[in-house]
Write a protein that binds this ligand. Structure first.
Ligand code: EPU
Length: 337
């Protein structure tokens, strides 16, 4: 196990921002992970997964542990379901494709989400009406300070909208090493209530879709509005959709009758941040080598060699403008480092 010095992180973050790790270690087994944690316990650590949900604004002085654990295995099977254990370093979308190849259903709506298996529970990834928690059984994690292994059940994880215990009470305490998901082998329950999926299937002339068809539809929708990090650096949705009170929403609707929304409860409404940002005039705005994506205002982009601080300043400008115009604060979804 080697520890590299001054390693460039450019290819390890989907924003494609240049920043250096003072020291860097590639972790390929849980034994090595435990050993490094034990030996380096006095050093500050930075845990790196797929690098798809962070904006680097500076070099990292800590020891970066790149969680590169690989492996996918069926651990339990019933007549209708299968439980799969996937290691933290597996790429999420490759895992979705593997499941589709085996005709395992449940995560096809989450096709093409960037990032790795190990980071999926941290923010309860989701798209097109499905969230990780819908198929999640448990995950295994190593406690950083004591190197003990713990199994977290679904309820232990306290999942919420882009939230979990790993972002709250247990922030920075555990490293997720693998995840168990339960998927269907037959009679898949297809979720097509998200308008865009229906429309895409109609365009494709599909009336009796399979999980593969749903995945293809999701991929087509995502590719039409979200930039591919291999072409244009980005971290997906930069902001969370804000949840406001029904009373505040009523006022907003009086001024902007066309505002889209999702009802959360009688008391709360979720408003798309992308709509607020577009209304604030930022959609497609380009400043030199960075800006706001022209097809989805929720996504900030690096057109090449952008500086993380510039993108962060743009995010702050968007936040203050949206707050001033709508009196709504939009929280970042991406971690600012
Ligand atoms: N909208 C605009 N302008 C924009 C973008 C969106 O007016 O520039 C409006 C759309 O017209 C639509 C509404 O906002 O009425 C919602 O847009 P969309 O369906 O694209 O979804 P979203 O709320 O912007 C969320 C997730 C995405 C996920 C999609 C689909 C968050 C923060 N984002 O986006 O997740 O793919 O729904 O389920 O919840 C991610 O987390 O990285 C991500 C891409």
């Amino acid at each position: 196990m080697t520890i590299g010095k001054n390693v460039s992180l450019k290819s390890f973050n989907t924003f494609g921002i240049e920043a250096k790790a003072k020291s860097f270690c590639n972790i390929t087994s849980t034994e090595n992970l435990k050993r490094v944690l034990k030996e380096q316990h006095s050093h500050p650590l930075f845990i790196l997964g797929g690098g798809s949900n962070m904006l680097l604004t500076q070099d990292i002085e800590a020891l970066v542990l790149h969680i590169n654990l690989k492996g996918i295995e069926v651990v339990n099977e019933t007549k209708n379901t299968v439980t799969i254990n996937a290691m933290a370093g597996e790429n999420w979308h490759n895992f979705v494709l593997w499941c589709l190849d085996h005709n395992y259903g449940g995560i096809e709506n989450m096709s093409l989400i960037p990032g790795n298996i190990g980071t999926a529970p941290i923010q309860n990834i989701g798209a097109y009406g499905v969230e990780l928690k819908d198929v999640f059984v448990s995950c295994e994690a190593i406690h950083i300070r004591t190197q003990t292994t713990k199994i977290f059940t679904k309820s232990d994880c306290k999942f919420g909208y882009r939230e979990s215990v790993f972002k709250q009470d247990l922030k920075g305490e555990y490293i997720i090493t693998s995840v168990n998901l339960e998927l269907t082998k037959n009679n898949h329950s297809l979720r097509m209530d998200y308008g865009a999926i229906q429309a895409e299937l109609e365009t494709l002339n599909i009336t009796n879709p399979t999980i593969q068809d749903i995945s293809n539809a999701v991929i087509a929708i995502r590719q039409s509005k979200l930039p591919d990090p291999n072409d244009i650096g980005n971290s997906g949705s930069f902001f969370k959709n804000p949840i406001i009170s029904a009373q505040q929403f009523k006022q907003l609707q009086e001024n902007f009758p066309e505002v889209p929304s999702y009802k959360i409860s009688d008391k709360e409404v979720k408003v798309p941040a992308g709509w607020l940002i577009e209304k604030a005039g930022f959609k497609g705005k380009r400043f030199n080598n960075y800006g706001v994506h022209n097809k989805q205002a929720l996504v900030l982009v690096n057109y090449g060699n952008a500086n993380g601080i510039d993108i962060y300043k743009l995010a702050q400008l968007i936040q203050t403008t949206v707050k001033r115009l709508f009196n709504i604060f939009i929280e970042t979804e991406v971690n600012i480092i």
